[in-house]
Ligand binder design. Structure first.
Ligand SMILES: *Cc1c(COP(=O)(O)O)cnc(C)c1O
Length: 426
């Protein structure tokens, strides 16, 4: 029997993003100005974000058209396939049917390109010349570098120093797309100069360096790869395609699963299904995070800063606290203290649930998936796989769909340690 794969034709690619804010029966709590504690006026953010993205951040329109130039760029790797994990099912000997939506086919190997291209486009038409950002593991930095090259913007990336040293090939990838990348803390900003040479860096410091650079420079804007409403909005292209593909299979999934760092691949996958859940359809939706950075499962639901330095507006979200320092787990993309406000609200309202898995389970799942399905998953994505495997082992007759947010071919170092068995089980 051949492998079941659902491809969409290029012309079947969605033409609009889906904005869940139009359909929620409750309102999100507004971001607060860190200085006054009052709701943030969007105009105040115009210095760091372009107007169209700020409009999307608070829009209540249900569908927001995807601009033609962005659709054209999506066509390089979209629509992405929905694949039946036959070999995994066979290996587990389970009655559960497992499907995955594969986002690793993008030019930089993860779903992050979906929002990077949109953000680069909206910045370009707003007159931005330079995009500045931070990156941890390097996936966001490479996606934004690629998008900047496509839309003619200079991209500067502050990369957490320890990752910069551990992941040289991510840096090469950024350079290949003409992105400039420096290890953070750097000597380029006043904030960076406060730290000594040997400091390993944190995402919080890198964000502060990026924002300082933007505030110092005309025509420079800041770009964020997760958490914000407009980022999740752009990622809904994943869930919209998935819905079409499931329709072709005449399947309603019993469970949808995705890994969760800041919430963008999870939100992008599941938000288009929220109207179905509100209509009473019985779909269990699960966000999977690391046990060592358990924002959703162990965090508090309250206002907190998005960064460690306290420069960003305060957002109502599940958080471990802005000063939480997660252990150096191999899934760098999941080392965030907070969670997307939209995902947080859905969890608070019990429309979705969350689960945490251990690093050992994650790499066992990643290695197994590589062997049976033929794709080395990103360590982040392997969190979703680990959870799905546990569910499938219950041997229930049901259908699970998960998002494989990226491949792990730039993360083989993480697998090296796993193969040597020298993990600490956090
Ligand atoms: C960045 C990243 C994540 C985590 O970020 P989210 O915003 O939660 O999606 C997950 N998987 C991959 C492959 C990533 O690059």
């Amino acid at each position: 029997m051949f492998r079941e794969v659902v491809y969409l034709k290029p012309e079947e690619m969605p033409r609009s993003y889906y904005n869940v804010l139009a359909d929620l029966p409750f309102k999100l709590d507004p971001p607060l100005d860190p200085k006054t504690g009052e709701p943030m006026r969007p105009e105040k953010l115009l210095r760091i974000f372009p107007e169209p993205l700020l409009e999307q951040e608070v829009s209540d329109k249900r569908f927001i058209p995807i601009p033609e130039p962005v659709l054209k760029e999506y066509a390089v790797y979209r629509p992405t396939p929905l694949v039946r994990a036959h070999f995994l099912e066979e290996y587990l000997g389970t009655r559960t049917q497992i499907y995955y939506k594969y986002e690793g086919l993008s030019p930089t190997g993860s779903h992050k390109t979906n929002t990077a291209l949109a953000q680069a486009y909206y910045n370009k038409i707003s007159g931005t010349k330079v995009l500045v950002t931070e990156t941890g593991a390097g996936q966001w930095g490479s996606a934004l570098s690629y998008a900047g090259a496509k839309f003619g913007l200079e991209v500067r990336v502050f990369m957490v120093k320890i990752s910069y040293n551990q992941k040289p090939f991510r840096k090469v990838l950024m350079n290949l797309f003409d992105g400039n990348v420096v290890p953070s803390p750097s000597k380029l900003t006043q904030f960076g100069q406060m730290f000594d040479e040997g400091h390993p860096g944190t995402l919080g410091i890198a964000i502060s360096e990026a924002i300082e650079t933007v505030l110092e420079e005309q025509n420079a804007k800041y770009a964020l790869g997760s958490v914000l409403n407009h980022v999740l909005l752009h990622q809904t292209i994943i869930g919209l395609e998935l819905k079409e593909q499931l329709k072709k299979l005449e399947i309603t999934p019993d469970m949808i699963v995705a890994c969760h760092g800041g919430g963008s691949n999870f939100g992008g996958t599941i938000l288009p299904f929220i109207p179905d859940v509100l209509d009473g359809k019985d779909i269990e939706i699960v966000a999977v995070e690391p046990e060592s950075c358990p924002s959703l499962t162990k965090g508090e639901y309250r206002y907190d800063f998005g960064d460690s330095a306290g420069l960003t507006p305060m957002m109502k979200m599940y958080t471990l606290g802005k000063d939480f320092v997660p252990p150096a787990i191999h899934a760098g993309g999941l080392r965030y203290h907070g969670a997307a406000p939209i995902v947080s609200k859905l969890l608070y309202e019990k429309l979705i649930s969350a689960a945490a898995v251990s690093q050992d389970e994650v790499f066992e799942a990643g290695k197994l998936f590589a062997k049976v399905e033929g794709i080395v998953p990103a360590p982040e994505s392997a969190h979703a796989i680990a959870y799905v495997i546990k569910e499938a082992k219950k041997n229930e007759k049901k259908t699970i769909v998960f998002t494989l947010s990226g491949h792990g071919y730039f993360d083989l170092n993480a697998y090296v340690s796993s193969l040597r068995g020298n993990f600490r089980n956090f």
